[in-house]
Design a protein around this ligand. Structure first.
Ligand SMILES: Nc1ncnc2c1ncn2[C@@H]1O[C@H](COP(=O)(O)OP(=O)(O)OP(=O)(O)O)[C@@H](O)[C@H]1O
Length: 434
């Protein structure tokens, strides 16, 4: 394995200069997850937060991991920086396993090369340390400077690069705004000259107005230093324009991985489609009439044919069983982009929609014993007056099926009685006339 010396003077003893090349794309793979399980707790209370996760991140790209709250995104990010242990599977950095027990020297190389930027800049900075110390801490730990003048210069350069001023170095985090604190967090990570940065929802806690500034800063670092990002977000709207590739995670399972445009044009997994339909449309009228697509996991039958993340072509991976994968491949090969957003006609369909909603709510609120048994109909047929009384009571109590059965029985009974009376009257008429 190649031995390299990084720019700052740390001897790299375990990690090669380059990662392996992915034969499918010809691109250098920086990070790989291979069938990774991450579990918290033991026994009955164990939580399997990540299940059989596999994906690659190529050098220099922004790979975004997207999924709802609690889906396991942060857990994966923390496993990459070796905070969360893997219960099964492997994480490889430049082809070298970095999960599980590894030599201390490799651990230091990994920490040096993979940095994390956190969601909450207020919570992630030591409130009692000056900005100078916060940004310098990694430099001290890894002796990444020649002398004090060199350290000061590095910190000053970095703080300027993130858009703050050298005089800010003597201040404390609480003296800064949220956006400025996130800049300090970025400076702390970038001063280490990492190759990979795990950015865990770095803009979610910030005002909308300053989110773009932080995204631009991340982009600037990528252009200047070829840094690779694992960007964690909970919705697709942010990541669409900053990601090269996107991985979608649902309840600990990676359900789809594809290039950003490919994912938006051909979202195969229904959960991905639900995330796309949730992206707000800037036009208020369209947004108001947008039909939200909700994901229903019961559409999958995985009782016998088990699902796995499978390549359907075009470097596009989808989680599904064999039958689903075949269907996805057929759809993909047609090459016609899929429509994920439906806009309702503001007039007629609105009514239908309301009726559908009413039906659905009636079903949901139906009482448990509202069976509409045929016996209600037979009894009402024999005793129609009692049947009508029962029907009225059932209707009041929202036993709709029972009400309908009683009503039907009573109506048939009244029709029969009416018929008999009519026949009797007819016979009487005949007897009188003839
Ligand atoms: N230290 C822990 N101990 C026990 N369970 C944990 C721990 N960390 C995470 N979990 C659980 O693992 C699951 C995934 O959590 P995780 O924080 O990775 O989700 P997330 O997708 O990052 O959500 P969010 O966007 O809200 O941060 C959740 O069910 C969470 O409760």
């Amino acid at each position: 394995m190649a031995t390299t010396t990084v720019e700052t003077g740390v001897k790299a003893r375990h990690l090669p200069e380059h990662g392996p090349i992915d034969p499918a794309t010809g691109r250098e793979v920086l990070l790989s997850l291979r069938n990774v399980d991450i579990t918290f707790g033991k026994g009955d209370s164990a939580v399997k937060a990540v299940k059989n996760a596999s994906f690659d991140i190529y050098k220099g790209e922004t790979f975004s991991l997207v999924g709802e709250s609690g889906s396991g995104k942060t857990t994966i990010g923390r496993a990459v920086i070796r905070v969360n242990p893997c219960a099964a599977g492997q994480i490889l950095y430049k082809g070298v396993p970095i999960s599980g027990k590894i030599p201390r020297s490799l651990d230091r190389e990994v920490i040096r090369n993979i940095q994390m930027v956190f969601q909450d800049p207020a919570a992630s900075l030591n409130e009692r340390a000056t900005v100078d110390y916060i940004v310098s801490e990694g430099l001290y730990n890894f002796h990444l400077f020649e002398n004090e003048a060199d350290r000061v210069q590095k910190v000053k350069n970095m703080i300027t690069e993130v858009g703050l001023l050298p005089e800010h170095l003597t201040r404390y985090p609480h003296e800064f705004s949220g956006g400025q604190r996130q800049r300090i967090g970025l400076a702390r990570a970038m001063v280490m000259e990492p190759e990979l940065v795990v950015a865990d929802e770095p803009i979610s806690a910030l005002d909308v107005s300053i989110r773009a500034q932080v995204l631009n800063l991340l982009k600037k670092f990528q252009e200047e230093r070829d840094v690779t990002y694992l960007f964690i977000a909970h919705d697709l709207s942010i990541v669409r324009f900053i990601s090269d590739r996107i991985g979608v995670i649902y309840k600990g399972n990676i359900v789809e991985v594809a290039e950003a445009e490919e994912l938006f044009d051909f979202p195969m997994h229904p959960y991905t489609r639900s995330l796309i339909s949730a992206i707000p449309i800037p036009d208020p009228i369209l947004e108001k009439n947008k039909v939200l697509f909700t994901y229903d996991p019961s559409v999958h039958d995985y009782s016998t044919d088990k699902p796995e993340l499978t390549d359907i072509g075009h470097n596009h991976f989808v989680y599904g069983n064999q039958k689903e994968i075949e269907e996805y491949k057929v759809i993909r090969e047609k090459g016609v982009p899929l429509k994920s957003i439906t806009i309702r006609d503001p007039n007629a369909p609105q009514k239908e929609q309301e009726e559908e909603t009413m039906d659905a709510s009636a079903i949901l609120s139906a009482p448990l014993h509202d069976t509409g048994s045929v016996w209600y109909m037979i009894l009402s047929l024999l005793l129609p007056v009692l049947g009508i009384i029962a029907a009225v009571i059932f209707k009041k109590k929202n036993y709709i099926k029972n009400y309908k059965a009683c009503k039907k029985g009573a109506i048939i009974s009244f029709c029969i009685i009416g018929g008999i009376i009519a026949l009797f009257l007819l016979a009487l008429l005949f007897a009188v006339i003839f």
